[in-house]
Design a protein around this ligand. Structure first.
Ligand code: SAH
Ligand code: SF4
Ligand code: F3S
Length: 437
């Protein structure tokens, strides 16, 4: 009888890709994907803990499965990822949700197959969290779900210890894959017809540290020069390591998208220092200047945090002013969330919720107005979209241009996975509506 899996993913692209690896393992074990959780024989939660609401979201959804599990005792529930990797959280989870069958962390994802087989043969839950061993796994066979895009890990972990951030604690020390393995994987993907490759790491610019291998700009240059009709993206760049060489490599290679995500977090030097970001706002703006010198039309996007401990009205004003100065194409905005175990969690002057709320609303409206301005400039222009899907509600195909802007259009034929030229007729906030030309 056919067995089915259902995976719920929270958090970043790294997790999305890791869920593809989990799907690959389940496929090997004879399970198929299904889009109805009630039908699933195994449900996997791949969790995130970057902010409190990400954790609460997962807890809520795991809690909702209690009833289904009582009706379907043979259904396996597995919980893994960053939430469970936090100190003590696996035990908490087991206490709170005793019906969860498998609990694993980020450092033992490669043992997932073993855990499923073990659980199939016994009643007792399988609970195992491992410490960071520094090992870089190879030979995984992800079941990719985002054609024509494909994610490729280049680094794992993070050494930056930004004072607010839990990632270094749950993903371990930074380690890089060999360029040989990365390039072989990318070549394979291009041969299979993938049209957009996104290189993934918490801080891609520090790729290769500790290895006698290529630097990140050299790796990017080498991949961008591979034969084939594809686009290349990368995320995330830490501003402190963003170099002139990298800007030059982007400028020289048309396959690299003119779109760089450069998280600034704050525009205030006092806050940046307390965040341990290792740059000032002037240094950040200088990096943008270098980028624009080589790649004048490059779209720049960012991440912003409001309500970091001690953030004053003046600090917040400095953030708003930097956002206007850079004129970001778009930005992710977050309210600071206190994470146990991080340095910032112990800082005095945690900001009251109402103050953070007011600031985030102001910032969101500023960012939206910039984004709308960029979108409006598109009207009348012809852009090249890589079609990545079909929107049933809008009854239109959709995809992004190389600057990361989403465009919608109608087509008589299925063009998913193809580069399509569209003339932009209308701008709707962040997205564009156009017609094929
Ligand atoms: N490695 C990447 C992204 C890390 S997580 C980088 O350094 O840019 C993505 C974003 O989540 C961060 O850029 C930051 O803006 C936000 N973030 C991280 N920890 C947070 C916290 N405790 N509260 C609110 N936002 C946070
Ligand atoms: Fe977190 Fe900073 Fe590392 Fe990004 S660079 S993952 S924000 S510690
Ligand atoms: Fe990503 Fe969340 Fe972990 S953002 S690295 S899944 S804490």
């Amino acid at each position: 009888m056919q067995k089915y899996y259902y995976i719920i993913t929270y958090g970043c692209q790294m997790n999305v890709h890791e869920s593809e690896k989990i799907a690959g393992v389940l496929n090997e074990l004879g399970y198929s994907d299904c889009n109805d959780i009630n039908k699933a024989d195994i449900v996997v939660f791949n969790t995130c803990c970057i902010r409190e609401n990400a954790e609460n979201h997962a807890y809520g959804n795991i809690g909702m499965l209690k009833k289904l599990k009582a009706e379907k005792r043979d259904m396996i529930i597995a919980v893994g990822g960053c939430l469970t990797q936090q100190m003590g959280k696996a035990d908490n989870l087991h206490e709170k949700f005793p019906y969860v069958d498998i609990i694993f962390g980020t450092h033992n994802l490669h043992k997932f197959k073993e855990y499923v087989l073990l659980k199939q043969s016994r009643k007792k839950p399988v609970i195992e969290i491992e410490e960071d061993s520094g090992v870089v796994c190879e030979g995984e066979t992800p079941l990719r779900t985002s054609y024509p895009n494909a994610w490729v890990n280049i680094t794992y972990g993070c050494n930056n210890f930004c004072s607010y951030c839990i990632v270094p604690y749950v993903r371990g020390r930074e380690r890089s894959r060999s360029s040989e393995n990365i390039i072989a994987e990318v070549k394979g993907l291009i041969e299979k017809g993938y049209k957009e490759i996104t290189l993934l790491g918490q801080n891609v610019n520090s790729y290769g540290h500790g290895l006698n291998d290529l630097s990140f700009p050299k790796l990017l240059d080498k991949i961008a020069k591979l034969d084939g009709n594809f686009r290349l993206r990368f995320m995330t760049s830490h501003p402190k390591d963003f170099s002139e060489e990298l800007a030059r490599v982007i400028a020289e290679n048309p396959k690299i998208c003119r779109c760089v995500h450069l998280p600034v977090q704050s525009g205030s030097d006092a806050v940046l220092e307390a965040m341990n970001r290792k740059y000032t706002s002037a240094e950040y703006l200088y990096k943008i200047e270098i980028l624009k010198k080589y790649v004048p039309d490059c779209a720049v996007t960012t991440d912003l945090i409001v309500g970091f401990p001690g953030e004053t009205d003046e600090d917040f004003e400095a953030t708003s002013s930097l956002v206007k100065k850079v004129n970001y194409a778009s930005a992710f905005t977050f309210v600071y969330s206190r994470r146990d175990g991080t340095v910032a969690a112990k800082m005095p002057n945690q900001i009251p919720e109402e103050v953070s709320k007011k600031r985030i609303m102001e910032l969101v409206s500023l960012v939206n107005s910039l984004t709308r301005g960029h979108s409006a400039e598109y009207v009348g222009k012809t852009i090249e979209i890589l079609c990545e899907g079909y929107d049933d509600k809008k009854e239109m195909y959709l995809g992004r241009d190389e600057f990361g802007r989403m465009g919608y259009f109608k087509s008589e034929t299925d063009v998913i996975g193809e580069f399509v030229n569209i003339k932009v007729l209308k701008a709707n906030g962040v997205s564009l509506i156009g017609e094929r030309v």
